[in-house]
Design a protein around this ligand. Sequence first.
Ligand code: FES
Ligand code: FE
Length: 392
Amino acid sequence: MPDDIPTLSPDANCNALKTAEPYPPTWWYYDIDHYTRELDAIWLRSWLYVCRSAELAEPRMYQTIRIGDQNIVILRGYDGELRAFHNACRHRGSLLCTEQKGKLVSKLLVCPYHQWSYAADDGHLVKISSFAEPQGFNKEDYSLFPVAVGEWRGCVFINLDADAEWTLEAAFVRTPATIANYPLETMVVGHTWCREMDCNWKTFWENFSECLHCPNVHPELGELVPQFKRRVVHFKDQPGWEDHQGSGDPLYTGGLADGVETWSMDGSAQGHVIEGRSSEDIERGYSYATTLPSAFIGAYPDHVRIVRLMPMGPEKTQLVAEWLFEPETLNAPDYDPANVIDFGILVMEQDMAVCDLNQAGLHAKPMDAGVLMPEEYYIKAIHDWIRTRLDP
Ligand code: FES
Ligand code: FE
């Protein structure tokens, strides 16, 4: 349920599609050639959220990540700088780091195959294992292939486009002002949850972008955010919304239900709300920032949840969720983080189940494409974002 993707017609009185918009063709969701086209045009040219900077706090700490068939290692150099490289040895291409995360035992990144060694700062080739260097071979020509890195508010991003320059505008669909008052820099990961979905990466984003499914798929969420029971993401999504302004009824004005403090199993924040939020933040009750195609950041009164995706195949997508808390909240003896973690998992599992259903049905032979309904204007925005990148 994003609140940061530009609406289709900002001047319109109501956020809604007027005409029946076609979906992309169904084969975009399972055809291997099209999947590769999207990887090349989108995933390998966009800033992708990888992990929190704190996960790579010390020199020689690393994380590996796979985007399609590209393996990347992100490494805090022994000089303290954060860098990323293709996780591929320049000798004959072996993976260098085989674990998802770890810490190098020395200042060298050593290939597990024939033990070529690279400097764990700038990735230059330090040592080969042969008895001599053959003629025509220069070690300087065999540094690791670099990958661009960006850091923002304690979040690490990479971009496989060698010419990419980090800017906030390049990384976020809209400048993430809605989460400006949440202390992202100092929040710590209290829990991580990883699953594989049997769906295309676009299927996930489409589900994320509408609430037409909310009443039947997320009954518990509707009790916390009443307007979701009306199948809308924003209070302006239905004609006649003006009639309810000033009513103070969250069913029509958005925000959390009366007495609800956060997105948790019992609706309680257990006395640990984040200070410093504006009155608008409190009124909204939750805020989102979306960095397509890889992640969204959901900010709630007592925690933040970052959900990132990585495509594993045309019909396989990895999802990793991280729950972030203020250290004093996470360490408070009277705060049980399971209250928000379990709720997040409940909602994500509900979404994953319908994403899998959606994906399986897309194979129907007579079905060329789906169609968008008025409430699904964010999906059109995402489709337009994708189409622009595929056909610039
Ligand atoms: Fe790495 Fe041979 S492939 S040293
Ligand atoms: Fe949902």
